[in-house]
Write a protein that binds this ligand. Sequence first.
Ligand code: ADP
Length: 468
Amino acid sequence: MFSRRVNNPFSRINFRLTAQFSAIFVITSLILFLIAYLLLSSTLKSKDHDELRTKFFEVWAQYQTGGLALVRREFALEELLGSRKLFFVRVSDQVFRRLFLIHPTRWEQFDFTRLDEPPPPEFGEVVRLESEVYQFSLEVISSRLFDGNTLQVGTSTEERDLFLRRFRGIFALVIVPLVALSFLGGLFTSFRSLRPIHSLTQAARSIIQTGRTHTRIPSKGTGDELDELILVFNQMLERIDTLIRGMREALDNVAHDLRTPLTRLRGGAEMALRSARDEEAYRSALADAIEESDGIRVMLKTLTDVTEAETGTMRLSLETVDLAKLVESVAEMYRYVAEEKDVILQTQLPETMQITADPARMRQAIGNVLDNAIKYTQAKGIVIVSARVEEGWATITVQDTGMGISDEDLPTIWDRLYRGKEARQHPGLGLGLSTVKAYVQAHGGSVAAASEEGTGSTFTIRVPNAGD
Ligand code: ADP
């Protein structure tokens, strides 16, 4: 149903947009035409009426001066000269008996008896005489003459009507191709501007069908709203991609790393069943099993945390923290372990150092780095923990004089479940540094390590210092 509706050209947004714009165009053109038509028709009408009035006064003056005889003479002369404008002139007595009538022969179908009425009280009022025979009408002005007779002068609307008819015809002729052109142009423009939406639909459909989220829509770089939509869509895909990749990697790692402890767990249980003779042996096997499963639990929890932090779904409980105090308390926690190993643990911290951070996660991150430093440093070695604030950043450094890391290993130490060859003789899961990196990055910070094999390492954690 979804695809059927989209494939219907009449339900497509570009068709609807074009239809709407074309309708607006037609309505606007019609309004403009109507205004122009009304203006033109009223101008022509008043021009015709002016000419009619002038003619009326001309005939009226002739009648006043020389009576009907002069009127007759003048018309005969006009006929001879072939006057451009044609007029109807009638003089009738008080009982509408015709005394004088002249008009072009082709107007004879007009019923002039309908003009047998006393002139309107207001001078200059134009009376219209219609006819069923002609497409035009006669416009007449009447007035009483000084001797009681009535003078009627009229002219036809033929020329004016013809002009207006032509005007209407031209408009009808022009508007049809113009509307078609505007429709096609609108269709083309809206299709072009909506093309990014088609790309979005295709990309979304391909993701639904194939499940592959690495599809990206090329941006036109126009910076308009549709370009922004593409940008946001691509960002969303990027985010989904990261989440899926994170989940897949975590799953792979879990599957891989659970195999060893589970085999150990099963092996221990099997051995106990096969060879244990007394309760003490069983107890010891069960204790081993508990220890092993605890290890698995910690590993799973850490992996989940790291995945959460890496994919940006980790919720931080941010608060104002005195980082100097926090580092000091972590160092205090590890002082006993250091003493046990005969490693000298020193701190170089400012009085106070306010930052906005999740204290539990920061404590864990610093603890992991410090734990490694003590773990991988031999007796009589030194571990120095320092912290400082500079240009909006808080920096914590853990420096040791331990076994160091080879150049080859250095880039991989932050990977999940990675353990150096030398490190394998020490306890550990290979999740310490990846946890540090994920937590620090969740704070918007960064981690770095510098090391020289056999000499020692320096680990640096940098977090934004909002309190600065
Ligand atoms: P783990 O310590 O459990 O092995 P980590 O993720 O904490 O796992 O560390 C990864 C690896 O980085 C370690 O196995 C070790 O090889 C190396 N490493 C980390 N910290 C140090 C250090 N201070 N000195 C030398 N090697 C280190």
